[in-house]
Design a protein around this ligand. Sequence first.
Ligand SMILES: [Zn+2]
Length: 62
Amino acid sequence: MAILISVLIFVGIVVGLARLLGESSVDISEDQSSMVKCIECNVYFPALEARKTSRGWICKDH
Ligand SMILES: [Zn+2]
């Protein structure tokens, strides 16, 4: 019985970690600090330094 409980706890930890990693990777893609590509000069830079237009992201140089 103790082995079964140990296995259940182990599986719970693995599933929990997988969910944490999955959610964190989603958060990174939606994070404002993620890299975006300027449609004018095709250079990647942090979204925080960018402006979003109807055509896409542009950097502060435009
Ligand atoms: Zn640019």
